[in-house]
Design a protein around this ligand. Structure first.
Ligand code: SAM
Length: 450
């Protein structure tokens, strides 16, 4: 959209740009096309645009993607977009505050691409919401106040480097790609803008750490920039000299001097010092496990190792547990990317094999404790006979109610979330490849038992 088109659209709507909504409309079409180009949209992509306004970016983005969700808080502009895109059934326009948008809606569509020339007053909250874990987003391109864009892409020991650099940077690679002058917008803001691109960081790039503790330590460490980290973290009662020796840092160091990797190492150190038992708990030693082997009527006939059971396709037993919250949403775990079976896929709230000599219920109780760190009364809701679909397992499926919070072993589980059932029904139908097969068959059994 050029300047005249924006002015015409605003006068047809009998409105003016609203300052409190951060309305600065992009009037430079070349820049708009360039920004959209940074998202690498393809016809299979689902696009989400935050604050589309009058559609300056949208008009270039929609022809390149398969479908789009546009989230605009201003009702007049949302109405205008509705009219502009009425011939595009794959474009949905939500008249909504982007901070209230339920990102879980995106999971059934596959990794979404997110675009936004963000209203400055709310840009950091939007950024944190759209990059929060677990994220259904594959790439983001945001235009922000230049200062904010510089903070997100800052290097250690610079004035821009701070808590938000690290909190976002731990999971996302942030590239500052271009500065845009105020004159590209109508009305022109009195500051420049910066365009950044965010792509997920390869999980193997950094050692794994407790995300909540990392965010907390970083916020504490930067709450007074001029002070030494030792003082800012004193209440954790750490052996500071030992910590500095282990991490190879100076005892007088300030938070701003530590790299992302050093902040991750610091978090791991604090975690290990506070709770060595949990920290050292490795992935279960699955190789030593032995299971009961059963016949086609689920009667025990022998025992065998995990390896034998799986390579020889011997019938054995397992449990799946579905944990619902008070709203009736089902908690799913996302399996660690480092697991040998179904890495990175979504799975039942908890699940596991029945060990030799054990029964189903005691196994379910044990798995609930080991995988989610809780105990709750379990009810049997169904069974699934052994066959190729279940990996030759006779499965018993249990349900329980619990609102969390849950604590999971990170070697096993990357993250977890409650999902409404209608959303899960759409997601499992659209993208079965996102789930373990045994969850899909257990979910079917549960649906039939309702
Ligand atoms: N994308 C358009 C462009 O480039 O011309 C408009 C950008 S303007 C900087 C920000 C847009 O975000 C405005 O249309 C404004 O109404 C909208 N907006 C403001 N706060 C919002 C919020 N909380 N959720 C969604 N949209 C919001």
């Amino acid at each position: 959209m050029n300047r005249a088109e924006i002015q015409n659209a605003l006068s047809a709507l009998q409105t003016r740009p609203t300052k409190s909504l951060g309305q600065n409309f992009l009037q430079d079409e070349e820049t708009a096309a360039w920004i959209v180009g940074q998202l690498d949209l393809s016809p299979t992509d689902h696009l989400v645009e935050v604050g589309p306004g009058l559609g300056a970016l949208t008009e270039f983005a929609v022809p390149k993607c398969g479908s789009a969700t546009l989230i605009e808080k201003d009702g007049r502009l949302a109405g205008y977009l509705q009219e502009s895109f009425r011939d595009h059934p794959n474009v949905e326009i939500l008249h909504q505050d982007a901070l209230e948008y339920d990102l879980r809606e995106l999971f059934p569509r596959g990794p979404a691409k997110v675009l936004g020339n963000l209203p400055y007053y709310v840009s950091s909250q939007v950024l944190l919401a759209f990059t929060a874990e677990p994220s259904p987003v594959g790439k983001l391109v945001f235009t922000l106040q230049k200062e904010m864009a510089e903070r997100l892409s800052a290097k250690p020991s610079t004035k821009d480097y701070g808590a938000i650099t690290l909190i976002v940077g731990r999971r996302w690679k942030v590239d500052y790609i271009r500065t845009i002058p105020g004159s590209a917008f109508l009305p022109a803001p009195n500051v420049e803008s910066g365009v950044i691109a965010l792509t997920p960081r390869d999980p193997a790039e950094l050692p794994d750490c407790d995300a909540r503790l990392f965010n907390r330590l970083v916020k504490e460490g930067f709450s007074q920039r001029r002070k030494m980290l030792r003082k800012m973290l004193a209440h954790h009662e750490l052996d500071w000299s030992a910590l500095c020796t282990a991490l190879g840092i100076e005892e007088t160091v300030r938070g701003e001097a530590l790299s992302l990797r050093q902040w991750v190492d610091l978090t791991r150190y604090v975690e290990a010092a506070k709770d060595p038992e949990t920290f050292n708990a490795k992935a279960q030693d699955v190789h030593g496990e032995r299971f009961d082997v059963v016949d086609d009527e689920n009667r025990v006939i022998a025992q065998a190792s995990r390896h034998e059971v799986h390579t020889q396709k011997l019938r054995h037993r397992s449990v799946h547990i579905f944990v619902f919250n008070k709203r009736g949403d089902l908690f799913l775990q996302k399996r660690s990317r480092f697991k040998d079976a179904n890495p990175g896929r979504w799975d039942s709230s908890a699940a596991g094999h029945v060990n030799a000599g054990a029964d189903y219920l005691e196994t379910a109780e044990r798995e609930l404790g080991e995988e989610l760190g809780v105990s709750a009364p379990l009810t049997l809701i169904g069974t699934h006979p052994a066959g190729p679909k279940t990996g030759w397992e006779f499965v018993q499926i249990f349900r329980t109610e619990h609102d969390g919070p849950f604590h999971w072993p990170r070697a096993e589980i990357e993250s977890g979330l409650f999902f409404p059932i209608p959303l899960l029904e759409r997601w499992t139908a659209a993208r079965p490849q996102d789930f373990s097969n045994s969850f899909l068959s257990s979910f079917q059994v549960w649906k039939e038992s309702r």
